[in-house]
Design a protein around this ligand. Sequence first.
Ligand code: SAH
Length: 357
Amino acid sequence: MIQLCGMTPEQLTGYMVDKGQSAFRGDQLSKWVWAGADIGQMSNLPAALREQMRREAVANPVQICQERVSQLDGTRKFLFQLMDGNLVEGVLMRYKYGYTLCLSTQVGCRMGCAFCASTLEGCARNLTAGEMAGQVLLANRVLQGEGARVGNLVLMGSGEPFDNYQNVVDFLRLITHPQGLNLSVRGISLSTCGLVEKMDRFAGEGIPVTLSLSLHAPNDAIRRRIMPVARAYSMEDTLAALSRYIGRTGRRGVIEYALIREINCRREHAAELASRLRGMRCHVNLIPLNRVAERGLDAPSRKQVEEFMEELERRHISVTRRREMGADIQGACGQLRRRFLAEAGRQAGDEGTEKPE
Ligand code: SAH
């Protein structure tokens, strides 16, 4: 099936021309696709053309399979269903400055981080650019009622974006295209566990989004205990790649640091982290671990979190503690998909055989 929302306006025009239509049909089609319309709703396209298109294409290959709304802060958590039945998660968060969508780039993940629920069954497959764009279109559809739309994106759902490099880059080009959704690169963050070559390649793409590095440790020994990727790249090389990215793009970097009880949250860890980050133009985002039962790992006490933060501040590191959102709706990291499948008596990774409703 052709995924229309995975095509640039130029490609959509090409698609119309290939069908013997004139080029302006491409503009019409593009407007419909980015407005979130289905093929059947594209009322200024000839009925016969729509019929022909419906046999081979969908506007959006993603559907909302389940939606939960937090009573605490209005955060919405989506379970998105793909055309082959696979499920991925997305989270829509409301901030003072607008809506941010956290979206997935792969079904599962193969990076194997010890604290992450998304990686428990490995990676089933990559998402296409259209499947990533489709998540944004669905969130916009949900927000339509309040006259709002998604303004900011974080690529922090399931998956390692740089393990699906080309589709992610295609998606970012699509989503920032002036005739597409025209999102500002300033409002987009991509989070990586630190695939060094890809970080460098990405710095040259001319898409200067904010790069977040999931560091989660003050040294290689601890990092290797919790992140297999740390065996492939040293912290020194990884931080150097982040520095090069910051240098080339002019954007400030972000260090993600999940605080895990008895692993990485002592004062001396904070001191060591500060010394590693000295002189880098970056901001540290502290995340008390979201408990993942399967992993037996937990967050430290509130006091320890505060002490860790104080220690960084004392050493002049810019740091914030990430506000927990949607705590009542399994807001975090692969948990909703797992719970949904468990309730349906299935396992993550098994969903690929069912058809969307
Ligand atoms: N693969 C990418 C992006 C997806 S994960 C990456 O590694 O950055 C998004 C963020 O959530 C990462 O920083 C990841 O390490 C973090 N994360 C995963 N599981 C978590 C958990 N249980 N609690 C807190 N943060 C978690």
